[in-house]
Write a protein that binds this ligand. Structure first.
Ligand SMILES: NC(=O)C1=CN([C@@H]2O[C@H](COP(=O)(O)OP(=O)(O)OC[C@H]3O[C@@H](n4cnc5c(N)ncnc54)[C@H](O)[C@@H]3O)[C@@H](O)[C@H]2O)[C@H](O)CC1
Ligand SMILES: [K+]
Length: 511
């Protein structure tokens, strides 16, 4: 599903209005009707006070129009107009008149008004600012937002939490509505998925307001949300007349004394995701534990006991996954650099592989094209430098990925795979996966997918989705805390089955 910018949404509005020959207030009315239907289906006329805070732009207009629907259906409402500007939008004014026609008189809040009384039992509708916010809210509006946040009431935000600009971090973290739920129009917004801005909402849902599907379909976007419909076509089915050679020979390089487990996890994940053959390359000290733990893999060892000093692979691997638990000893750096010079197949580079690249930027020119780099935030910072905010981070990541023709997978709650100028935002996974070795499993999975013939980009996008899904299945029985990296591997098979489960079965289950 595409993620549109605010400008693109305004264009979609304009296009829809022209094509359908409608006036703009028809879209606002559709938005308000959908908001009302959502609320009404849950509240069923409950006797709760709904406090609507409405700005003076179109987000506020949505709130005012919603108030009318709520009142018509007997809900107890209080409407507050947050009067932060005299530039009221046309459709806001139209809906304000409609409200007054029904003898509903909003309370106008100005810079010198007191703060309204709110109860934790109220439901608050936040329609102060939408995607049009383009400068910091004045301090009295910020104080009102803080007051809403302090109320402990359920806060339903219209389109976006008020106070969040759509292309930068908020100016003041306290002056952003913390929404219990966001009902957003038609398309997901990038702010829902970034660490700095995603914290302002617990849940979000899209409401269809009838924006033109032709426009949405043909418009290219810089970000895409990756769910089942996006990854399913990437799946490469196993062939009847295939053999283990069909699915490649992956090599996993890493480990040092006390960190052989990282290679074990990566190799096991690589095999479990479907690589035909897997060879692990580790310091001598890892030989016995690996051979014992995973009989299905082959093991090559370095001459040295405790660290990697020379990476000799006596065959042409389909792909190399490297870096987990490897350390950054001088000899290891030399061995890594020599491997980069000799290898042509794409690599999946993680952990200490990334740390070495960050310390020796000149090595980047030897990294095979179409390699996948899988940094967590600290490793990313070492690679691309500091950033101002999450949006700046993404731009810097795109510049880096384009310059080096690599795929940069930024790990996090919503991992984002960057390739050229596009970012693919993952939707699976959970906080239980913030656990030791989870990244080693992901590296192994992506390596195993490339071995089977997935393109590097598809392997990264598909791999991160499947990794998250396996983690979701892992926590479904035991909860977040008890999930271990090996538990993610144990659920890779179930994740494949969940992904491939035909929709008919889903329907039957619901029936
Ligand atoms: N296609 C859709 O998704 C539709 C969305 N709708 C709703 O419209 C808003 C966007 O409306 P807009 O009027 O453009 O912006 P806001 O209501 O967010 O804006 C504020 C308004 O005030 C000005 N402004 C910006 N920042 C400040 C500030 N800090 N202080 C004072 N004033 C400020 C700005 O210039 C705007 O004019 C969208 O989110 C949806 O809720 C439509 O109802 C239907 C179609
Ligand atoms: K809002």
């Amino acid at each position: 599903m595409k993620i549109f910018t605010a400008d693109q949404i305004y264009e979609a509005d304009k296009f829809t209005i022209e094509k359908q020959q409608i006036s703009s207030d028809v879209l606002m009315e559709k938005a308000a009707t959908e908001l009302f239907k959502w609320i009404h289906s849950r509240l069923q006329g409950a006797e709760v006070t709904i406090q609507l805070f409405c700005g003076i732009g179109n987000n506020g207009g949505d709130g005012i129009a919603l108030a009318r629907h709520l009142q018509e259906h007997g809900y107890a409402i209080q409407v507050h107009v947050v009067n932060y500007s005299d530039k009221r939008s046309k459709d806001f004014l139209l809906n304000l008149e409609r409200l007054k026609d029904r003898k509903i008189w909003p309370e106008f809040i100005n810079h010198d008004s007191g703060l309204p009384e709110l109860s934790p039992n109220d439901i608050i509708v936040d329609a102060i600012f939408g995607i049009g916010l383009n400068r910091p809210p004045e301090s009295w509006v910020g104080d009102l937002i803080k007051h809403i946040n302090d109320s402990r009431a359920f806060v339903l935000a219209v389109d976006v939490p008020s106070g969040l600009p759509s292309d930068k971090a908020p100016w003041n973290k306290e002056h952003v509505v913390r929404a219990s739920y966001v009902l957003s129009f038609q398309v997901p917004k990038l702010i829902f998925f970034l660490p700095e801005t995603g914290i302002y909402q617990n849940q979000w849902e899209l409401l269809d307001i009838g924006l033109d599907s032709e426009f949405l379909g043909k418009t290219a976007t810089a970000y895409e949300l990756i769910g089942k419909p996006e990854v399913l076509p990437m799946y490469r089915p196993r062939l009847k007349f295939s053999h283990k050679g069909t699915y490649g020979h992956a090599v996993i390089v890493g480990g040092s004394y006390g960190k052989i487990g990282a290679v074990q996890l990566a190799s096991n994940a690589c095999l479990t995701v479907g690589s035909g053959l897997v060879t692990a390359f580790v310091p001598e000290c890892g030989y016995h534990s690996l051979q014992t733990a995973i009989p299905e893999i082959m093991v090559l060892t370095d001459e040295e006991d405790n660290t990697i000093t020379k990476i000799d692979i006596p065959f042409k691997p389909s792909v190399v996954g490297i870096g987990m638990g490897m350390g950054t000893e001088e000899d290891t750096v030399k061995a890594f650099s020599a491997l980069l010079k000799n290898i042509e197949t794409p690599m999946v580079i993680d952990a200490d592989g990334l740390n070495i690249l960050a310390k020796h930027p000149k090595f980047m020119k030897d990294v095979p094209k179409q390699s996948v780099l899988t940094p967590h935030p600290k490793e990313l910072e070492r690679l691309i430098g500091e950033w101002e905010d999450d949006f700046d981070k993404l731009e810097k990541a795109k510049t880096f990925a384009t310059k080096h023709d690599c795929i940069l997978l930024i790990k996090g709650a919503h991992s984002i795979t960057i390739y050229n100028t596009i970012g693919f935002v993952n939707t699976t996974g959970n906080p239980g996966m913030a656990t030791a070795g989870s990244g080693d499993v992901l590296t192994g999975m992506i390596t195993g997918l490339i071995a089977q013939g997935y393109s590097s980009l598809n392997a990264a996008v598909f791999g991160v989705y499947l990794h998250g899904l396996a983690g979701d299945m892992g926590v479904s029985h035991n909860g977040y805390e008890a999930l271990k990296a090996s538990g993610i591997i144990e659920n890779i098979g179930k994740a494949y089955m969940e992904l491939l489960r035909p929709p008919e079965i889903e329907n039957n289950k619901e029936a």
